[in-house]
Design a protein around this ligand. Structure first.
Ligand SMILES: Nc1ncnc2c1ncn2[C@@H]1O[C@H](COP(=O)(O)OP(=O)(O)OP(=O)(O)O)[C@@H](O)[C@H]1O
Length: 973
């Protein structure tokens, strides 16, 4: 039965992109029959002026169910009746092919596409078919991605080859197929396969199919009464969309995909052109995998429906026109569909019997011919009526019997080939590649056989090449990874080595700095020591007066001894005048005068005028001595006054000092309060020391003042005593003067010698007494003088010391500059203390840093060692991995050779248990009920079979493009 390809067109609603671009609709569907679509701004003349006419046109908003009902449903009946069927969707990317074929929600009655509806319909039809009809339904799912056929139910098989055999027609070798007994199993397989499909996001479609997908349903029908069989293959093809890469924005892998897609679609166009132009003798099916697979569907043994999907919008007008033209061309393709039937045993037996009879007849005919030939050769004449004739051959009852020779009445030459209509019918019932040229059948068979062999070899080589490439890639990746790792490690090592070097340098530098710091600290310590010594000296110098005031008599130190010595010298100098001076000489003269007087008293009149002059001189001397004494007493009094003055001055200065010190102390206290934390213990200590110094100095000064007071009293006493002595001396002088006057008078007058002698005696006695008294007085006076001189010297020394002390005090405590110096010193001391502290801190910190750095260094060294160890381990691991890899390669090779030894079917069967057992479904019975020899409930089990799950897992892993996320790819549904 021949017929044209059926073409229906479907327009989807405008999408968001088109609406963004204006959303102008450029198509009209105004014919009543629903078979024509017109372009609003289309040509007004020519074949397209009336629009594009198809078997059916589905405008925007057509329901999935309507598309199925009015465009597809009858194909299901065809396939169940043993025809091959093909439904494929063609259109630009994003035009709704997948939406039409699969739908957007398998669980939604409205949204599920035609494939779910077809499979549902298949099971519905089976269910209502007569009970003596038994069906086997199996499905396969594949895609053509980048010109490689990939089994979507076993995605690891991604380079399947197309074979063609006389008996089977075109088929995919090694494609897994699954027996299904109800709709849910089909859905499950759709989901599993869909997960492995290649989709990508483009500007035109968020989930653009990057491959042509082919869902193959094979239905075998057996008449249990007659044993006859029919089988039909239904190809449900969702083509990848043609795309303008400028619009889709394809680049990289998507661009490569687009190139392949467009290439195979143009091959499809070429096939359609060749089929429809009426002049091509060669149809280029072999130009692409797609056209090769669809070979039977396009101009062959198939009832084919093409769904062309279009956009209604101006934005895609060019693509829409091109699609509509494609549809129009395809519509004129003529197919020769026939039932793929197999005869029942009875029919076959009859046929055999008939064939045997024919053979016997032929044999009888041959025998008759041979007999006739012999007669002719022997020169005999054979009458025409006796000529051998097939129609006259009479065959015996049994098949093997030779038939009798009928008279030859062959009006036409006998055919060289036996004609067996039944066998011919059988042959014709199988799908067959349309003859491609002048090859006769044997040649074509041989060609196909050879082609298949070569295809297998190509596949093997390609697979081997692929494996090798994969291994090579793996090895290269691993090598790259290892190199990278090694580079990283060596980089890390370098970094560590550099770090380590830096750390070492830092360590050395720290040690060096530490040493330097230690040296600086030592220097500072020395400076501090010096400062301490200076402070100590200052303190000592501040304490000196106090010690000198309180330490008289404790002259253990050299200063005190020096002072004592000085004092002794001064006293010696002072006393010198008195011991060797006037008093001694005067005393001598007085004694001489007295002895002379004694002589005068004894000789009575022996006293000469010279003696008298001498005595007179002696009196004069006594008078001058008395004067000197008076002067000295006056001088002592003046000195006393001066001492009192200096004492007062000292007291004043002391008072001032005290006041200034108090002020300074107050300020210091205030500073202490405001800078409670600023001044440290050292300042406090200095202050305390200064206070102590001040207290001790004050004490010393008070003691000195008391001492000076005492000395002044003593001086006053001495002055009184000196005045007394002066008085005594004056009276002695007066006495001597009077005696001299008497003596002078006696010498001058010579009168009354007795009286004069008495008077002389009296004078002499009085003078002796006075001399004794004077002697005593002199002794006392000398003692007193000695004491006074000592006191004066002591006072002078004390005054000097006090002055010095006072000066020191002024220098140390009172003077502003001294205060500044003190403050400066204190500041320096504080600074030094701070510096020392910070140095100590730094030193400590440095030590810590060194420790930390050393630890870090050690850590890093440990780390380096660890890393080196890891590196060594990694290298060992790498070595082991290499060995393992080699082992694996060897194992794989072995496994491959084993596998190659096994039949191909066994492989798939071993990998996937689900659906490998045929599940005959009877007509008239409940859907899914097993037939007479059902599999052990494998169908239901198969849905949850780990094989599928593993296939699913593999598909996710192995598919390079991303998997579709629509409903039928969701494993939860
Ligand atoms: N008739 C329709 N009604 C509603 N939405 C539709 C229709 N046709 C398509 N769509 C929506 O348009 C978008 C693109 O559709 P789809 O993926 O089926 O296009 P496609 O032709 O298969 O594209 P590609 O060739 O890129 O795979 C989807 O979101 C789909 O749901």
């Amino acid at each position: 039965m021949s017929g044209n390809v059926k073409v229906v067109s479907r327009f989807r609603p405008p999408n968001s992109l088109e609406l963004k671009e204006g959303g102008d609709i450029v198509v009209d569907f105004d014919d009543s029959e629903g078979t024509t679509v017109k372009l609003r701004n289309g040509p007004t003349s020519g074949p397209e002026a009336a629009g594009f006419t198809f078997d059916r046109v589905f405008p925007m908003g057509t329901h999935q169910q309507d598309v199925f009902e009015y465009g597809i449903k009858e194909t299901v009946d065809d396939v169940l009746n043993g025809y091959n069927g093909t439904i494929f969707a063609y259109g630009q990317t994003g035009s709704g092919k997948t939406f039409t074929m699969m739908g957007s929600d398998i669980d939604s009655e409205d949204l599920k596409g035609i494939i779910p509806r077809i499979t549902e319909q298949i099971f519905t039809n089976i269910a209502i078919s007569p009970p003596h009809l038994e069906y086997l339904v199996k499905v396969s799912y594949m895609e053509i991605y980048m010109e490689r056929i990939r089994d979507l139910l076993a995605p690891q098989n991604d380079n399947l080859q197309i074979h063609e055999e006389k008996s089977r027609g075109v088929y995919i070798k090694g494609l897994s197929d699954y027996y299904v007994s109800d709709q849910s199993e089909v859905y499950e397989i759709m989901r599993q396969g869909g997960l492995a499909r290649a989709v990508s996001s483009t500007n035109m479609n968020a989930e653009s199919s990057r491959s042509h997908s082919i869902f193959l349903v094979t239905i075998q029908q057996r008449n249990t009464e007659t044993g006859s069989q029919k089988s039909g293959n239904l190809y449900l093809v969702d083509l990848a969309g043609s795309e303008k890469v400028g619009k889709t924005g394809a680049s990289g892998q998507t661009l490569e995909e687009a190139k392949k897609i467009n290439k195979s679609l143009s091959a499809l166009g070429m096939v359609i052109n060749a089929l429809t132009d009426g002049k091509s003798s060669h149809i280029p099916y072999r130009d692409s995998k797609l056209t090769r697979i669809l070979q039977e569907s396009l101009g062959g043994n198939s009832r084919t429906t093409l769904i062309i999907n279009c956009s209604p919008c101006y934005y895609n007008q060019d693509e829409t026109i091109s699609t509509l033209r494609f549809g129009v061309r395809a519509k004129s393709i003529k197919n020769k569909a026939r039932v793929n039937a197999e005869l029942s045993p009875a029919e076959l037996k009859a046929l055999l019997k008939k064939a045997q009879a024919d053979a016997a007849r032929q044999q009888a005919y041959i025998t008759a011919l041979e007999t006739e030939v012999k007669r002719w050769r022997s020169g005999a004449q054979v009458a025409e009526s006796e000529w051998a004739d097939l129609s006259k051959v009479v065959v015996g009852a049994s098949a093997g019997e030779s038939g009798t020779i009928a008279p030859a009445s062959a009006s036409r030459p006998p055919s060289t080939r036996p004609i067996t209509p039944a066998i011919e019918a059988l042959r014709e019932s199988r799908p067959e590649t349309p003859s491609s040229g002048s090859m006769d059948k044997d040649e074509r068979d041989e060609f196909l056989r050879r082609e298949n062999e070569l295809a297998d070899q190509v596949t093997e080589r390609e697979n081997a090449l692929k494996e090798t490439r994969a291994k090579l890639q793996e090895a290269e990746d691993e090598l790259a990874f290892l190199r990278e790792r090694e580079a990283e490690l060596s980089e890390t090592n370098k970094t560590y080595a550099k770090d380590s070097e830096e750390l070492k340098l830092a360590h050395d530098r720290l040690i060096y700095e530490h040493k330097e710091t230690t040296i600086s600290v030592d220097i500072l310590k020395e400076q501090i020591q010096d400062l301490h010594t200076e402070i100590e000296d200052l303190r000592r110098s501040a304490n000196e007066p106090g010690r000198s005031a309180t330490g008289v008599g404790q002259s253990a130190d050299p200063a005190q001894a020096d002072r004592d010595r000085k004092k002794a010298e001064l006293v010696g100098q002072m006393m010198e005048g008195y011991t060797a001076g006037a008093f001694t000489a005067l005393e001598q003269q007085v004694r001489e005068s007295l002895s002379k007087l004694d002589l005068v008293a004894g000789d009575k009149g022996n006293l000469s005028s010279e003696d008298i002059a001498k005595i007179k001189g002696l009196f004069d001397d006594s008078q001058s001595v008395a004067r000197e004494n008076t002067e000295r007493a006056q001088q002592a009094e003046e000195q006393n006054k001066l001492l009192a003055q200096s004492r007062d001055e000292l007291e004043d200065r002391f008072a001032k000092l005290e006041a200034e010190y108090d002020e300074l102390l107050d300020k210091t206290m205030q500073n202490d309060e405001t800078n409670a934390t600023g001044y440290n213990d050292a300042a406090q200590e200095v202050r305390l020391k200064l206070e102590a110094q001040y207290a001790s100095k004050r004490e010393a000064h008070l003691g000195e003042i008391a001492d000076l007071k005492r000395q002044l009293e003593l001086r006053a006493n001495e002055k009184a005593k000196l005045q007394n002595n002066h008085e005594v001396l004056r009276s002695a002088y007066d006495e001597l003067k009077r005696a001299l006057a008497v003596t002078s008078a006696a010498a001058d007058g010579g009168k009354n010698l007795a009286e004069e002698a008495r008077e002389m005696e009296r004078v002499r006695r009085s003078m002796t007494t006075q001399l004794a008294e004077f002697d005593n007085m002199r002794k006392n006076l000398m003692r007193d003088l000695q004491n006074r001189c000592e006191k004066v010297v002591e006072l002078e020394l004390a005054l000097d010391t006090t002055r010095e002390h006072s000066n020191n005090l002024i220098r140390n405590s009172n003077v502003k500059s001294q205060a500044k110096k003190m403050a400066h010193l204190e500041h320096n001391l504080n600074n030094l203390v701070r510096v020392q502290k910070s140095l100590v801190d730094q030193n400590t910190q440095l030590k810590k840093d060194i420790n930390a750095s050393t630890k870090k260094l050690m850590n890093r060294q440990d780390r380096i060692a660890q890393l080196e160890q890891q590196f060594a381990e990694a290298q060992a691991d790498l070595k082991r991995a290499n060995e393992r890899f080699d082992d694996q390669v060897a194992n794989l090779k072995q496994a491959m050779s084993h596998r190659q030894a096994k039949p191909a079917g066994a492989q798939t069967g071993a990998a996937l248990g689900f659906g490998r057992i045929a599940k005959p479904i009877r007509g008239g019975g409940p859907i899914g009920q097993p037939g007479p020899q059902p599999g052990p409930g494998a169908a239901a089990q198969g849905l949850r079979h780990p094989g599928i799950a593993s296939a699913q897992a593999q598909s996710i892993d192995s598919s390079s493009p991303k998997a579709r996320s629509s409903w039928f790819f969701s494993a939860t549904k």
